[in-house]
Design a protein around this ligand. Structure first.
Ligand code: FAD
Ligand code: NAP
Length: 278
């Protein structure tokens, strides 16, 4: 994915005098998408098993010498040899003000304890699966869109992703584009995946909030699909707290029930971050 983002690949590994971090993994690639967004890949601990859609705690050593960790969705699928993450850059954020400067060869801390609700096991079987995301809330779906089980379990998969500006959609756009020719999963994806990106503050060929496009019925009309219903549709939601609350209400109005790992139902929700503003 180098069409637009500026990507750095790992140089031949050299020994440095830097101290080894606890649970250290080595950065292999970094791509900057905008001044607020970047993605990176790291080595995967051999023992790490996770379900596509889950998150882990990652970070760096803080100024006090203690690990400074934050929750991050794993953006790569469970079968990938490396781990990928898609990250915000918060200008004065304790972690991302530093993390945004990582380079191939650097180390990050990765606690190998994956958890989360955006997993196939938390949903009852259905016909269509909707991924509903804003901003970096795309990350768990970057994993699930590359997961074979997604296409084995559903006839259609719809990825709705909304950002303020067009450039903020680019990581997701390139990922979806790359799936068609992916030697591992391309055939399984076929024409099952429908991508529905929109912006809200910059002109684009498709616009509007996920919530508005669901309630107005625009997305169903545009994609030629029936209105969401509990018999056929399943959904996974990941965005800001306000987004999650609003989408949950809409899905419930369509008759869907929220589920969890311990109680599989028709939709599941996870926060893309904690807090309400940078
Ligand atoms: C379950 C879970 C999964 C997460 N997965 C990801 C992920 O895959 N990618 C990612 O970038 N972040 C993710 N986050 C957020 C992440 O944990 C950190 O908050 C983020 O990396 C910023 O860290 P910080 O220390 O720089 O700032 P923090 O002190 O953590 O955050 C400062 C403020 O920045 C805003 N903010 C934080 N994260 C975001 C974001 N992602 N998008 C928009 N605004 C934000 C919030 O208003 C927050 O109050 C996730 C959070 C949760 C709870
Ligand atoms: N994106 C930027 O260029 C930018 C730059 C500097 C700082 N920030 C700050 O960073 C923080 C996060 O910004 P962000 O753009 O990543 O996330 P965001 O504010 O959550 O917006 C991301 C997308 O979600 C939409 N959205 C927000 N709330 C929604 C809701 N309740 N229901 C449906 N859709 C909803 C937004 O539409 P609307 O546009 O209609 O709100 C936007 O398209 C904000 O506090 C912001 O002030 C953002």
């Amino acid at each position: 994915m180098t069409e637009q983002g500026a990507t750095m690949d790992a140089p031949a590994r050299t020994e440095t005098a830097k101290p080894h971090l606890p649970d250290a993994q080595t950065v292999t690639q970094v791509t900057h998408w905008t001044d607020r967004l970047f993605s990176f890949r790291v080595t995967r601990p051999q023992s790490l098993r996770f379900r596509s859609g889950e998150f882990v705690m990652i970070g760096l050593l803080g100024d006090n010498g203690k690990p400074l960790l934050r929750a991050y969705s794993i953006a790569s699928p469970a079968w990938d040899e490396e781990l990928e993450f898609y990250s915000i850059k918060v200008p004065d954020g304790p972690l991302t003000s530093k993390l945004q400067h990582i380079q191939p060869g650097d180390e990050i801390i990765l606690r190998p304890k994956p958890v989360g609700t955006l997993v196939h096991d938390a949903l009852l079987p259905g016909k269509r699966l909707w991924f509903l995301a804003t901003g970096t809330g795309l990350a768990p779906f970057a994993s699930l869109m590359r997961e074979p089980e997604t296409y084995e379990k559903y006839d259609q998969v719809i990825m709705m992703h909304t950002c303020r500006e067009v450039a903020e959609l680019e990581y997701g756009r390139q990922l979806v584009e790359s799936l068609k020719d992916d030697p591992l999963i391309g055939e399984l994806v076929g024409d099952k995946l429908r991508y529905y990106p929109t912006t809200t503050r910059e002109t684009f060929h498709q616009m509007g909030r996920v919530t508005d496009n669901l309630t107005s019925g625009k997305v169903f009309a545009d994609l030629g699909l029936p209105k969401m219903n509990p018999a056929e549709d399943r959904a996974m939601v990941c965005g800001s707290l306000a987004f999650n609350v609003d989408v949950k209400k809409i899905l419930e109005d369509f008759g869907l029930t929220e589920g969890a790992n311990s109680d599989p139902q028709q939709f599941v929700v996870e926060k893309a971050f904690v807090g309400d503003g940078i």
